[in-house]
Structures are given as structure tokens and as C-alpha cells.
Design a protein around this ligand. Structure first.
Ligand SMILES: C[S@@+](CC[C@H](N)C(=O)[O-])C[C@H]1O[C@@H](n2cnc3c(N)ncnc32)[C@H](O)[C@@H]1O
Length: 315
């Protein structure tokens, strides 16, 4: 089953979505994504009809406004994209920079869709002033309008009428959730970025995040956190502390670009931590999920793509 993904976004969890969903209850009331990005987990969850409703939040306001347009005004947005995309052909590079300038001046989410479709590897970059400064991909012209429309309509079909969107700090979202919710958190990674991560508007403070997770435990909230990982023997960032009593699932995310270039056999492994209540409910024990080389993850057909090894680390 191919899922609709109108937005290219480096760091999207679309490839890992099916395996992450294995650690969610089979049916629950609401999925909350405080760091939604492209909402890859919500869309996969909606395609499997696992939750009754969705709350998609991200601090990046134009991104959230764009998701809101995709969900609630799919035809208008697709028309706008088609028009803008078709205007690029006289001078695509000049056109991109003009749209980028307009976007940085106005924050118009419709322009953001075009930039995300046209920029290098769908990887957003911001300068110190918070202005979008990624360059255009000179070899491609961006998703074709017909494909974009199909993805937008598919996304809207799955989430319209059962989703709220917001652009709050994640801490404010977590204050408003309740015991029936399942929360999936994918904060900006600490490891790869040093002090400032130009991919996102903001980064989160580790100690504060850990404290908030402890409070969620005390409230008996079901949550899963994607948090850093490792490539080969190199670990990114500090893992989450043992006294949170989380269950660690390691997911093989593929070969890093760097490793492929250097022909090295180092695999990127991402960490997924399950809260105590969630781990009990889905009967999870620590696991290492291996993805076979060259295989794509396919939703609803995951069992055959993984070999689960014996538990490696216990929290
Ligand atoms: C790793 S990305 C999430 C990717 C997402 N799981 C997906 O599949 O596309 C992290 C997101 O957190 C957002 N973010 C950063 N700081 C935040 C904060 N304090 N509160 C809410 N969102 C934040 C960023 O804008 C970014 O979109």
C-alpha cells in the first residue's frame, strides 16, 4: 500500500512508519504528534484506521499551515501548486529564488510547498535569522503537479474531519493530552547537529525533555519517542536515562549516505523508546529490528521484511 506524501522532508519517518506502528495499540482514541514534521506516523496510522482522531503539532508555523491546507483545502492547494510549478520553466533557478524571497517575506504556506518540492533533497535549512535558505535542486524540477495532486488528495482523504493542527511548543501540547491518547514524539536529534540545528526552527533541551517524560510517566501516558541512534559504532547523542524505565527498540534505518559513498558497511540504527504503560500494553520487550539490504518497508506487509533478533538492551 503506497501512502500519500505530498511533502518531502529530510528526517521524515515515512520509511519506518510501519514498524513504529507495530508498537502502538491496535485501536485507540487519539494519536498526538507534538513534533509532527510531515506527520508521517499520523498518515500511516490513519491508513490503517488505528486511531479515531489525530492532533498534529509542530513549532514550524508555515509547515503546520501547509498541512492544514493539504487536509482541508486540497483542490485549491493543488491548483495553486500547478500554476506556480508551471511558471518555472523560463528560468527555473531564478523562479525558485523569487519564490523563496516571497516566502521569507510572507510565510505563505502555499509557497513553502513549492520550495519543499524543489529544494535539494527535500531538506529544509534555516539561517540564524530563521529564514529559509536552502538552494534549488538544479537537476530536477520538483514533483509534477499530477503526482502532487494525487498525494494531496490522498492525504486529505485520510485526515479530513478527524484531525486538528496547531503550532505550539511541544510542552504546551503535552499539558493538554489525556490518558486515552497515544503520543508519538520525534524531536530534533541532538547528536548530528551540535549546538544549532539549521534544519529546524528550534532544538530541545535534553534535561527539560527528560523531566517532561518523567511527568508523562507519572500521569501514566502512553508514548513512544524516536530519539537519536547510531551509525556503525558511532552513537548520536545521549540516550534516554534508565530511570525513566523505557523499553528500547532499535530500528535499522538503512545505510548512511556517507557510508555508501565510502563503501563502508555501517548501518544507521534509530532508537524508539516506549513508555512503561505502552510497553506493557503492547507486550513489547527490547528488540533489534533488522531491515534486509535493498528492501523497502511496505505498510501492512512488514513481517517478512524483518528478522527480529534476541533482545539486546534492557531498560
Ligand atoms: C525530526 S522532525 C519530525 C519529523 C516527523 N516525524 C516526520 O515524519 O516528518 C522534528 C520536528 O520538530 C519540530 N520542532 C522543533 N522544536 C520544537 C518544539 N519546541 N515544539 C514543537 N515542535 C518542534 C521541528 O520543526 C521539526 O519539524
Amino acid at each position: 500500500m503506497k501512502l500519500p506524501h505530498p511533502i518531502q522532508y529530510q528526517g521524515s519517518k515515512r520509511v519506518l512508519a510501519s514498524i513504529i506502528l507495530r508498537y502502538f495499540p491496535s485501536k485507540f482514541s487519539r494519536l498526538v504528534e507534538p513534533f509532527a514534521g510531515t506527520a508521517a506516523i499520523s498518515i500511516a496510522c490513519a491508513a490503517m484506521n488505528r486511531a479515531n482522531s489525530y492532533w498534529i503539532n509542530d513549532l514550524n508555523r508555515p509547515l503546520i499551515e501547509l498541512l492544514g491546507l493539504i487536509i482541508n483545502h486540497p483542490n485549491e492547494l493543488s491548483d495553486f501548486y500547478e500554476k506556480l510549478w508551471s511558471q518555472q520553466h523560463d528560468d527555473p533557478i531564478e523562479h525558485y529564488y523569487r519564490v523563496r524571497e516571497d516566502f521569507n517575506r510572507t510565510g505563505d504556506p502555499q509557497l513553502f510547498l513549492y520550495l519543499l518540492a524543489r529544494c535539494v533533497k527535500g531538506s529544509v535549512r534555516y539561517n540564524v535569522e530563521g529564514l529559509f535558505n536552502q538552494s534549488p535542486d538544479k537537476r530536477r524540477h520538483g514533483t509534477r503537479p499530477k503526482t502532487m495532486r494525487e498525494n494531496i488528495l490522498g492525504f486529505s482523504y485520510l485526515l479530513k474531519g478527524n484531525t486538528i493542527t496547531s503550532s505550539l511548543d511541544y510542552k504546551d501540547v503535552l499539558l493538554k493530552i489525556n490518558e486515552d491518547d497515544v503520543v508519538y514524539m520525534d524531536p530534533p536529534y541532538q547528536g548530528v547537529c551540535g549546538d544549532r540545528d539549521s534544519r529546524y526552527f528550534s532544538r530541545i533541551v535534553y534535561d527539560e525533555f527528560v523531566l517532561i517524560l518523567a511527568k508523562l510517566n507519572a500521569r501514566n501516558i502512553r508514548y513512544a519517542v524516536s530519539y537519536d541512534g547510531r551509525t556503525g559504532n558511532k552513537t548520536f547523542g545521549a540516550g534516554l536515562p534508565k530511570d525513566l524505565f523505557l523499553t528500547l527498540i532499535e530500528l535499522e534505518a538503512g545505510r548512511s549516505t556517507q557510508a555508501t559513498l565510502l563503501k563502508r558497511d555501517s548501518i544507521t540504527v534509530e532508537s524508539l523508546y516506549l513508555s512503561p504503560r505502552l510497553a506493557v500494553e503492547v507486550a513489547a520487550s527490547p528488540h533489534f529490528h533488522r531491515r534486509h539490504v535493498n528492501e523497502q518497508l511496505v505498510l501492512l506487509d512488514t513481517r517478512g521484511h524483518y528478522a527480529a533478533e534476541a533482545p539486546r538492551r534492557i531498560y
